[in-house]
Design a protein around this ligand. Structure first.
Ligand SMILES: Cc1cc2nc3c(=O)[nH]c(=O)nc-3n(C[C@H](O)[C@H](O)[C@H](O)COP(=O)(O)OP(=O)(O)OC[C@H]3O[C@@H](n4cnc5c(N)ncnc54)[C@H](O)[C@@H]3O)c2cc1C
Length: 409
């Protein structure tokens, strides 16, 4: 594992710090209580535009596609440094982190040159339209249909949990184009214009008060064939590429809650005593520190592998699994520690500006997004431990023959 910057990376780190010092506010505390909604969206667009102008957008993308043409290690340095500032860096990660690489790989050259620079600077915002009401973990079981009509495809069906769809100009959508072959073989992936008639976006209200994701309905929405990503029937390999990019993109911003917990333990007094002296708090701190340190080491190993031209492998799944569980446990423990104040949501009245209260409501979703705990465990079991694959009852069946529940009504 490599822990030290090369001279080139050290110089890049200095440049990044200088630009961030001039363009962003340092975090004066461990918490960033971000605003959500329209204002957050506008701030994020401006932030991405500023980054693009300064040459720090999509660092690993080629310059002709709006990136900086740098290496994965430059990206790591940026991620480490930006974590010390209040920015909107993670806001468009689904579009740029997940859809971008798929477009780079599968779209034709004209589409890449037209769409990727506008994505990198957030002039256009993108979403990822995979999950459906009956196809989440088993996303290959999706039912949204795309039917060929001359040079176009006509799309009908429903997606759900589509993050940021309400702000999106475009999406990458996975559809079923052939129900007569196996569920994997009958999928095709496209780019879709989200602003057209025939695309209806309905935001979903979350437990924490936010409206982060949406239902999306397609009623005869039109996609030109040159917006197809890959071969007809080749959507599953495209989807895997997107999901692999997603795991990598998430691993850079995966919340663990540990830095916030450490900040709280260092500064908080309850009933006149520093919480750091409470034996239970000390025991939890030690446990979570060891998990956090383990994750940092696994992350460094992953970065070293990527830097040497390898793949992130299952470490990204490990980071997602351990980090998401820790994040939720820390939120629940902290709110119990606060006693009655643990249920106060008001930022001005609550310890640590209600960070942990907010996290109690939002942290469960982190365990689902980008693959649930169980799915991560399956990946680790099969790809790291070499255990046998899960039995698949639909193996070798045409999609249309897979038994489903009774039709409603
Ligand atoms: C915050 C958030 C943002 C999201 N953003 C997007 C987005 O932008 N675009 C998008 O397409 N989707 C998005 N999703 C959807 C996400 O990908 C799915 O929620 C996730 O894949 C799980 O699918 P599901 O909700 O249908 O649950 P299901 O797949 O129905 O799972 C239900 C339960 O069954 C378990 N389970 C399922 N299969 C297995 C198995 N084989 N072995 C053991 N247990 C299993 C699961 O672990 C879970 O506990 C988002 C979700 C969240 C929470």
């Amino acid at each position: 594992m490599d822990f030290e910057d090369t001279p080139e990376l050290a110089e890049f780190r200095r440049e990044v710090r200088a630009w961030l010092d001039a363009n962003a506010e340092r975090r004066s505390d461990a918490l960033y209580m971000g605003m959500e909604g329209e204002q957050a969206y506008r701030e994020a667009k401006q932030w991405y535009l500023d980054k693009a102008r300064a040459g720090f957008a999509s660092l690993t993308w080629p310059k002709e596609y709006g990136g900086a043409g740098l290496t994965a290690l430059h990206e790591v340095v940026w991620t480490q440094e930006v974590a010390n500032y209040r920015t909107r860096d993670g806001y468009f990660v689904i579009g740029i982190g997940n859809c971008g690489p798929a477009i780079m790989h599968f779209a034709d050259e004209d589409a890449r040159r037209e769409l990727l620079p506008r994505m990198a600077s957030a002039e256009d915002v993108w979403c990822q339209l995979f999950s459906e009401p009956s196809a989440g973990s088993d996303v290959a079981g999706l039912r949204t249909r795309a039917e060929r009509d001359g040079d176009n495809w006509i799309v009908n069906g429903q997606k759900i949990w589509t993050s940021g769809a309400q702000y999106s100009d475009y999406g990458v959508v996975l559809t079923r184009t052939d129900p007569d072959v196996s569920k994997y073989a009958g999928l095709t992936m496209f780019m879709i214009d989200m602003r057209q008639e025939g695309v209806e976006v309905r935001p979903i209200k979350q437990a924490d008060g936010g409206q982060h994701f949406n239902e999306v309905f397609f009623n005869d929405a039109v996609i030109p064939d040159n917006y197809r990503l890959g071969e007809v029937g080749g959507g599953w390999s495209g989807a895997l590429a997107v999901l692999m990019s997603e795991r990598l993109a998430i691993s850079g911003i995966q919340p663990t809650g540990f830095p916030q917990f450490l900040g709280m333990v260092r500064s908080l007094q309850l009933d006149g005593e520093p919480v750091a002296q409470d034996p239970l708090v000390r025991e939890r701190l030690a446990t979570w520190y060891s998990q956090y340190a383990g994750l940092q080491a696994a992350n460094k190993r992953m970065i070293t592998a990527v830097a040497k031209g390898g793949f992130a492998g299952a470490e990204a799944s490990l980071g997602k699994l351990v980090g998401a569980v820790m994040n939720q446990e820390i939120a629940n423990f902290s709110c119990q520690l606060f006693g009655q104040a643990g249920i106060v949501q008001d930022e001005q009245l609550s310890p640590e500006r209600a960070h942990f209260q907010g996290s109690v409501l939002s942290s469960p979703s982190v365990r689902l997004a980008g693959g649930t705990d169980e799915v991560m465990r399956n990946i680790i079991a099969e790809q790291v431990l070499g255990m046998p694959q899960e039995p698949r009852a639909d193996k070798g069946m045409a999609f249309k023959d897979i038994p489903t529940g009774p039709e409603p009504g």
